[in-house]
Design a protein around this ligand. Structure first.
Ligand SMILES: *Cc1c(COP(=O)(O)O)cnc(C)c1O
Length: 228
């Protein structure tokens, strides 16, 4: 299967999962994850209809963006170190991985310098695994409230990376939990905050994530094959 075929297959599977869940296929955005993928193969994905590209690392993304130009909207999906925030605000349309108020403040400060309002998601450690990035569930509402006060940030929703489990049905409870958390925070009606986006679901489980309300799925392997 070519990259082009894979992109089309994933888009079809997204549409089918949306329909099963009684949702509009257009309500779900595909983030094509391009970490470790070279620019020639990324270009193939773009030509096949990829509109959003997701990278894990600022430096790797910067090199690719310089080579490819503005062919798509770039999202940062990997952990961001505070000292790289100044590059991130220049490169990314959406940062999925904000998990502390210190990082939120630094992104706000750097965005202010370049006159930008940076769209962000709050990353939540939904299974409470110590080793994983993400804000603790109990801290998320507080983090949203604090980040909402920052003038150069716009909070769009939540993101999570649940535990990797072979059977996607076993991941479903984590996706559901992120949706319920998002709904609970939305009920607080925090000024300036609209938690519309739920970034959840990867190659192995994006259909289940869509059934549980994902608005963005992040898919790499199902498009480019196993990473080397
Ligand atoms: C690598 C990565 C993905 C894509 O995972 P696949 O299983 O290859 O689809 C999604 N989200 C994040 C944060 C990643 O680091």
């Amino acid at each position: 299967m070519s990259i082009e075929d894979n992109v089309k297959t994933v888009l079809d599977r997204i549409a089918a999962a949306a329909q099963r869940a009684g949702r509009e296929p257009s309500a779900i955005k595909l983030v094509v994850v391009t970490k470790t993928v070279d620019v020639a193969r990324i270009r193939e994905a773009v030509e096949a209809g990829a509109l959003i590209l997701g990278e894990n690392r600022v430096q790797e993304a910067k090199e690719k963006i310089e080579m490819l130009g503005p062919v798509a909207s770039w999202h940062l999906i990997g952990h961001l170190q505070t000292n790289k925030a100044k590059y991130a605000v220049r490169l990314f349309y959406l940062i999925h991985s904000v998990d502390s108020i210190e990082l939120a403040r630094e992104i706000d400060r750097q965005a202010a310098k370049i006159g930008k309002v940076q769209d962000i998601l709050i990353e939540v450690s939904i299974a409470g695994e110590e080793s994983k990035a993400g804000a603790a569930i109990e801290q998320t509402a507080g983090l949203v409230r604090e980040a909402a006060k920052l003038g150069h940030l716009s909070l769009k929703g939540l993101m999570t990376i649940p535990p990797f489990l072979d059977d996607p049905e076993r991941v479903r409870p984590y996706f559901r939990k992120l949706r319920e958390l998002s709904e609970a925070i939305a009920r607080e009606r925090i000024p300036g905050v609209s938690l519309k986006e739920l970034s959840m679901g990867m190659s192995n489980d994006f259909e289940v994530a869509i059934e549980e309300g994902a608005t963005m799925v992040r898919v790499g392997t199902a498009i480019f094959g196993e990473r080397r």
